[in-house]
Design a protein around this ligand. Sequence first.
Ligand code: 13P
Length: 251
Amino acid sequence: MRQKLVAGNWKMHGGLATNQDLLQAIVAGSAVLRGVSVAVFVPYPYLFQAQSILSATPVAWGAQNVSEYPQGAYTGEVSVSMLQDFACRYVLVGHSERRSIYGESDAVVAEKFSLALSSGLLPVLCVGETLSERESGATIQVVSSQIRAVLDKVGVTAFSTAVVAYEPVWAIGTGRTASSEQAQEVHAAIRALIASFDPEVAQKLQILYGGSVKPSNAAELFAMPDIDGGLVGGASLVAADFLAICSAAVC
Ligand code: 13P
């Protein structure tokens, strides 16, 4: 059986004092959880703080983005080796906010995925359709082509050390969650796509759901056969809510 993973994506929120309280509460509250992995994606400046507080704990940490270049004259960018300096386990690639606000293409996302993976980081590939794409019946096609862009570059074996997060854009930060059936349908399609290249890799692949995950809907989502946990935005900033979501992933 696949281990569940619940990860908090803090986005551009936080500060030294509030982070400390939040991280300590997560460490304390998650210590009693069995069979679920917990991670936080913090803004770059707080990676050192996350490393300091989380190092000797089971809670993992990672960054929300990374450069597609290994080093060089790329003002404002952060490289994979810099993330490794702070012992990141994971890195998000292709979050819809990166795609839509910063214009990251499938090709750029594939570069980031590839570079992260070759450096020993676990990339969390975010995919998802907009509301108009869903309404026009293009959901599976959109999500498949986002994944194909990465598959074509790195090959299916790369997915044995990666995570996929399905985050419908219309459900992010809107309070409008995909129903567990809607999410399951897409998760199953993602797994089937990977299985068409390698069934064993597909069986092991963790596929997270993201988009207005809350304590009130987490258990129902996580009960679906192809939903292996969650990528949580807003609710991950409140320790009690995030921990309640983590508890919902305990089998
Ligand atoms: P919300 O949980 O705030 O909808 O955000 C989801 C998300 O984008 C996680 O990456």
